[in-house]
Design a binder for this molecule. Sequence first.
Ligand SMILES: O=C(O)CCC(=O)C(=O)O
Length: 294
Amino acid sequence: MTEIQNRNDGSAGEAYDNFIDQRSVFFRSLSMPNVITPAHRDLYRREGYFIAEAAISPEHIHIMRDACDHLIEAMHRQMDALGVDHIHISHRGKRYHIAKQYHLAPRLEEYVFSDLMAEVCRATIGDTAFLFYDQYVVKAAEKGTTFSWHQDSGYLGFPHREYVTVWAAVDDMTLENGTAYVLPYSKVGIRTLVEHIRDPESGDKCGYFGDEPGVPAIVPAGSLVVFSSLVFHRSGFNTTDRMRRAYVTQYSPEPIYKPGTVGPDGVGEPMHLAVPFLQAGKNVFEAAVAEEVN
Ligand SMILES: O=C(O)CCC(=O)C(=O)O
């Protein structure tokens, strides 16, 4: 069942109802089309990634920052209610991983299903796309930890089609504040899934133990690092006195179902999300929203 269907059930609750009014502004064209160039497409084919600097519109950056504040505040309320200072791998005031809550933050859908994301999907996975996952990765000042070299596909643990990760810089990114690094296919010499080993202390999975430093994304806020789920990437410490926020969305060319749940009709239980976004290159999320609003 898709997210939209879930919402039609009313199962997403009040938060969704509160945002339905804002849907009418959804069609305003806030993103800047045609930012993905043939050079980006070519680099993705050859090396598995590309970087598009300052690709996100100022209005969408504003939405993403507000949404991040909103979701961190909601997590603090949840921690207070439970009387704890951490939930899963999020630690109050240190680092936050806030996943699969794009629909609970005001207007964040406008970025997640924007013309810009449609362009990125068409340039990478093609004309059919589903939102598979979304996550804020926030490293607080002088606190955030590193991430080991991994392929995103290395976290799934079962066969699936390659998907695309869009890592968006919500703040300016530097070596000092713990930006992300990607390892081009030609540097690592591999473009298939490898076995990952879990670090017992951090819980991170690691799949590359060599000396290649990778390409650091030293980019202004609003830039995108787009890479295949088979590309190794990592990130560093935030040693600055300011918070470092990234927002990650992942799009798959078909729904990714949990192993063992697929019925004779080919449909199963989504591993994370399976929200229809593009069909034959057209934005079907917009169409579904228009139907709901009217
Ligand atoms: O933003 C970061 O620090 C890296 C996030 C990351 O590697 C991931 O989400 O897979």
